[in-house]
Design a protein around this ligand. Structure first.
Ligand code: OAD
Length: 251
């Protein structure tokens, strides 16, 4: 099913980067952003729900929506794609996992050190003083998408608590971005899995890896802008392709 040279390149790689997007969690029941019909940005207004201005103009709308997404993640389980990536991480000398996802399914599949470029649904902070907020251990009370929910208040300054994700118009964490760039510049092989590769600067990472001489392998059922850059385009669902690939490199 896979080309022999592809298998050889994976087997011989000393340093692998896996770069993931929403598609890797799709088979766990977490909606992507841009897939037709089911994509979040097909059904919800990103300018309201993913911007500091949107939060300031309607905090309860924004907080309720992210609590709905957090509830979905807490109910979800890692899928075969997450598990195959975790297994791959144990087989190579140097491994880095860079994700655009704000869920914790990579961590729950066994990868401890995940570079979260776009933040995390599980690490909210104060909008005013930026101090971290710890969620109570109970399941979020948000069963219905888009229900309004007042955000909690900061214990230190009484400011509003905001979701810990990177919104449009905001900068990525400098530390996360530097680590990601270092990893892609020094890898022999990069997998780009389940991302439309349209959101910058994240989308620049596979391109930088290719420029630095790494082999780029893309896993996605659809065509993306990265098809032109990738050395190998494996068209299919990550939860099917990755376990098969792992099996092929084990033989
Ligand atoms: P997108 O929704 O833009 O793209 C998801 C990709 O996953 C698409 O190319 C799908 O074809 C692919 N896909 C769907 N199901 C798949 C499966 N089972 N296996 C493999 N691939 C599959 O999501 P992202 O590229 O992650 O930013 O979006 C990037 C950023 O845009 C997100 O991090 C988010 C959003 O605005 C922030 O929230 C800051």
């Amino acid at each position: 099913m896979f080309a022999e040279d592809l298998i050889a390149k994976i087997k011989n790689a000393r340093s692998i980067v896996v770069f993931t997007g929403a598609g890797v969690s799709a088979e766990s029941g977490i909606p992507t952003f841009r897939d037709a019909q089911t994509g979040l940005w097909e059904n919800f207004d990103a300018t309201l729900l993913a911007s500091p201005n949107g939060f300031c103009s309607d905090k309860a709308l924004v907080w309720g929506w992210y609590e709905w997404r957090r509830m979905k993640v807490l109910h979800a389980q890692p899928n075969p794609a997450h598990r195959a990536i975790a297994e791959l991480s144990n087989r190579v000398d140097h491994f880095a996992l860079i994700t655009q996802n704000v869920d914790d399914l990579h961590e729950r599949s066994g990868v401890n050190d995940v570079i979260h470029l776009h933040g995390s649904l599980h690490q909210p902070r104060c909008f005013a003083c930026a101090r971290a907020y710890i969620f109570p251990g109970t399941m979020p009370d948000e069963p219905i998408e888009g229900r309004r929910l007042e955000p909690p208040r900061c214990q230190h300054c009484n400011g509003y608590i905001r979701p810990g994700v990177v919104w449009f118009g905001e900068s990525l964490s400098e530390a996360a971005w530097e680590r990601a760039q270092l990893a892609v510049r020094n890898c022999d092989l990069l997998f780009s899995i389940g991302t439309s590769a349209v959101v910058w600067p994240a989308a620049q990472l596979p391109i930088e890896a290719a420029r630095s001489g790494a082999t780029v392998i893309q896993v996605n059922p659809d065509k993306t802008a990265l098809d032109q850059v990738a050395d190998y385009n494996l068209h299919g669902q990550a939860g099917t392709i990755l376990p098969l690939l792992l099996e092929a490199i084990t033989q």
